[in-house]
Unconditional design. Structure first.
Length: 258
């Protein structure tokens, strides 16, 4: 029995699956008797990509080569550490915890994906990377603004909130007007970056999704969606991942890859 038999697809079908790059952590980790630096990512992302029909390719924040976007069919900027406040001209809040090597990596890949027209799915930190890349800024500690523990109920515990999507938006077409989503973040969008528009908010007014404006879409023609929540935490609801993976499949076909 080979690997393709194990996941229920044949060799030809496997080759046709869109290749999805996804950013990772690079930090101390422990497995078995080993404790050392490792490139890692929650398997919730990997499982959702596979279940939606893609092949995940992990991209550690080291040795960044932006030409990789020419070999990918889609890119996910995953969640993680805070964006360095210096990148949007602010003094760091005491609770802001950036990782400069990951900022360098994610900003470079996001920029390359936009210019290459590569389908881009930005999740939690990914949305914040996109917004700051486009000249926006962030609220550095959300509980000081909305006076709520909704977004981080406890360490490692995800909150669940409803969001309202804008009619006619990409996120609304995939999820409807009032989806419930899983959240875990203490920062959020403040000033909106150039070429971006808000397409979902939570009831307290916090920005929960960004998409390209019509003008920016003509400049960056690829599929793009950025969400502040964590869709990978609900593998039973793959609507966003399927929409993204379908866009990646179409990009693959346009690129002439079998």
């Amino acid at each position: 029995m080979n690997g393709s038999d194990l996941i229920g697809i044949g060799p030809t079908e496997k080759a046709a699956r869109p290749r999805i790059g996804i950013t990772t952590y690079l930090q101390p980790a422990q497995w078995g008797v080993w404790q050392e630096s490792a490139a890692l990512l929650s398997d919730t992302y990997i499982n959702c990509i596979i279940a939606a029909g893609g092949t995940p390719l992990m991209l550690p924040p080291a040795g960044t080569d932006v030409s990789i976007v020419e070999d990918l069919d889609g890119l996910i900027i995953a969640g993680g550490s805070d964006v360095d406040a210096q990148r949007y001209g602010a003094e760091a809040h005491p609770l802001t915890q950036p990782q400069s090597h990951r900022d360098d990596h994610d900003f470079a890949l996001t920029q390359a994906a936009l210019h290459h027209g590569l389908p881009l799915f930005a999740i939690c930190r990914g949305l914040q990377v996109l917004n700051v890349l486009r000249g926006g800024s962030l609220i550095q500690h959300l509980p000081e603004v909305v006076d709520s523990k909704t977004y981080q109920p406890a360490p490692g515990e995800f909150g669940r909130i409803p969001v309202t999507t804008d009619p006619g938006s990409r996120v609304a077409s995939l999820l409807g007007q009032r989806p419930e989503v899983s959240v875990y973040h203490h920062q959020a969008v403040d000033r909106i970056g150039a070429g971006l528009k808000v397409t979902a908010r939570s009831d307290d007014g916090v920005i929960q999704a960004l998409e390209l404006t019509d003008e920016a879409q003509s400049q960056f023609p690829g599929w793009m969606l950025a969400v502040q929540w964590h869709p990978e935490r609900r593998i039973e609801d793959l609507r966003l991942f399927r929409g993204f993976t379908e866009a990646a499949h179409q990009h693959r076909e346009r690129s002439g890859r079998a």
